[in-house]
Design a protein around this ligand. Structure first.
Ligand code: 13P
Length: 241
């Protein structure tokens, strides 16, 4: 059975106070959300502790936006799996295109981070996706297959989520057409040994397109940036029809 997972990625947005304000408004919107839908908020490290306390007893799960491969050490600016685990974090995004693009993360370090997440009992959300140039050069499939092959070396596919995020659709308002996202995600699934891995779509998901996206057979959830920052739009997304 493939699990439905709807995750918000707040990126570098919201102070603790703003996060709490969001939660106050959001919690009442998920009281009737079907329980087979897992709702996750991947928030900045500084908001994890506070949200963890305020989510106690709630079905909403916490996620981080990265995790380092070592348990501790001289790695200024990084965070370890045990630090996240202590705060009640269940998920960690790994290999987001913004990390690969702006912070030099490679398939090799992404693979190490995935291993560390699993070692600490976190479920990694591995992000893959092509640039506009790669899509125009007909390299979408080969690029994504290469990412999957390198990133998943020695990774347990029983504890894994994959997010297909075409880079040209992130924060641009240009959504990948739902049937096309479905096609690429089917190809991703064909490369996996565990066919029940949850595969999410990410890139300009909003209340206006969530119903069509979730109606696609290969799409098991979404990873949402901008539209997860407002309680009403995020509420509409998790309560998709
Ligand atoms: P947007 O939903 O803002 O396009 O961001 C997508 C994303 O990068 C989620 O990880």
């Amino acid at each position: 059975m493939r699990k439905i997972i709807l995750a918000g990625n707040w990126k570098m947005h919201k102070t603790q106070a703003e996060a709490l304000e969001f939660l106050e408004a959001f919690k009442p919107l998920v009281t009737d959300t079907p329980e087979e839908r897992e709702v996750v908020l991947c928030v900045p490290y500084t908001a994890l502790g506070t949200l963890s306390k305020h989510l106690h007893g709630s079905a909403v799960r916490l996620g981080a936006q990265n995790v380092h491969w070592e348990d501790s050490g001289a790695y200024t600016g990084e965070i370890s799996g045990s630090m996240l685990k202590e705060l009640g974090v269940r998920y960690a995004i790994v290999g987001h295109s913004e990390r690969r693009q702006y912070f030099g993360e490679t398939d090799e370090t992404v693979n190490q981070r995935l291993k560390a997440a699993q070692k600490h009992g976190l479920t990694p959300i591995l992000c893959v996706g092509e640039t506009q140039e790669q899509r125009e050069a007909n390299e979408t499939e080969s690029h994504i297959f290469s990412q999957i092959e390198k990133d998943l070396v020695d990774i347990d596919q029983q504890n894994l989520v994959i997010a297909y995020e075409p880079i040209w659709a992130i924060g641009t308002g240009k959504t990948c057409e739902a049937p096309e996202a479905n096609r690429v995600m089917g190809l991703i699934r064909s490369k996996l040994t565990n066919k029940d891995v949850t595969i999410q779509y990410g890139g300009s998901v909003k209340p206006e397109n969530i119903d069509e996206i979730m109606a696609q057979p290969e799409i098991d959830g979404v990873l949402v940036g901008g539209a997860s920052l407002k309680a009403d739009s995020w509420g509409r997304i998790v309560n998709y029809q």
